[in-house]
Design a protein around this ligand. Sequence first.
Ligand code: NAI
Length: 304
Amino acid sequence: VEPDPAGAAEPVGRDRVVAVVGTGTMGQGIAQVALVAGHPVRLYDSAPGRAGEAVAALTARLDRLVEKGRLDAGAREAAVGRLHAAGELAELADAALVIEAIVEDLTVKRRLFADLEEVVAGDAVLATNTSSLSVTAIAGGLRLPGRFVGLHFFNPAPLLPLVEVVSGFATDPDVATRAYETVKGWGKTPVRCADTPGFIVNRVARPFYAEALRVYEEGGADPATIDAALRESGGFRMGPFELTDLIGQDVNEAVTRSVWDSFHQDPKFTPSLAQRRLVESGRLGRKTGHGWFPYAEGAERPEP
Ligand code: NAI
C-alpha cells in the first residue's frame, strides 16, 4: 500500500489500531496511554502468555483509576473492550501505528521490524521506544525506512508527559510530524530531536550521574549525602543514587555504556567502576530490593 500523502502529517485517528510490541514496564505504560486516548490497542510479546498478563495488569490499573475517581466506569468498560492480546505478529496487520518496547538489543529489534514490515500496511508508522540505540541503525534493514521514527517515552509512561520524537537519518519529516501530533493528542508533551546518542534527556543526564559517582569514588561524600545535597538545593526531585536505584543500575549503566561507545569512548562518558561492581553483585536497585540503598521492608536507609 502506498502512503497517502493527503493524510501524511495528520495524527493517527482514534479509530485506528495502535499495536504495542513488548509488554514489559514500558509497553504496558504506553499501551495504557493509547488506550485511554481512545484507540483500539493490540499487545504482542514473544514470551508466551506475557501479552495476556499485560491485558490483566492493564485492566487492574484501569480499575484503580476508577476507584480513585480518575476514570469513569463507562470509559473503563469501553477501554477494556478495545484492548486485545495478539497471539501472533500477524494479528497486528491492521495497525496504523506500532510502538516497539522490547529488549534493548539492536539485532533483536532489527529482526522484529523486518518481520513487522511483512505484516503491516505500507502506510503504517513504525516506532521504537529505544533509550539508547540509534534510530537510524534500527531502521537500517527496513524496505521503507521513511516510516520509522523514535518515540521515546519516560517511565512511568502514563504519568510523565515528555516524549522525545526522534528522527533518524531516513525518517520522513511527515512521519515525524504525524508521530508528534499523535502523542500530543494523547496529552503528552512531545519534543522533536535528531538521532544523536542518548537523544536529549539521557545525554544531558549522563554527567549528573557520572559526576555524582566520581565524588563518591573519590571519597568526597557518601551516596545519601550527595542525594540529600542535590535534592535540597538543586531543585532535583531525586538525587542521582536513589534515582538510579529506581531506574535500575543495570539499565542506567547500559545507557551510559551505549552513549560512551557512540562517542568513541570519550572519557567524559566513562562508565563508573563502582556502578559496575554494584551491577555484578546483583544489587540493581529497587527491583532487586537493594542497590545503593536497601529497599527490603523495614530496612533502615542511611541518614545523610
Ligand atoms: P522489559 O524487560 O520490562 O520488557 C520487555 C518485553 O519485551 C518483555 O516482556 C519481553 O518478553 C519482550 N520481548 C523481548 N524480545 C521480544 C521480541 N523479539 N518480540 C516481542 N517481545 C519481545 O523492558 P522495558 O524496561 O519495558 O524496556 C523496553 C524498551 O523501552 C527498551 O528498548 C528500553 O531501552 C526502553 N525504555 C525503557 C525505560 C525504562 O525506564 N525501563 C524508559 C524508556 C525507554
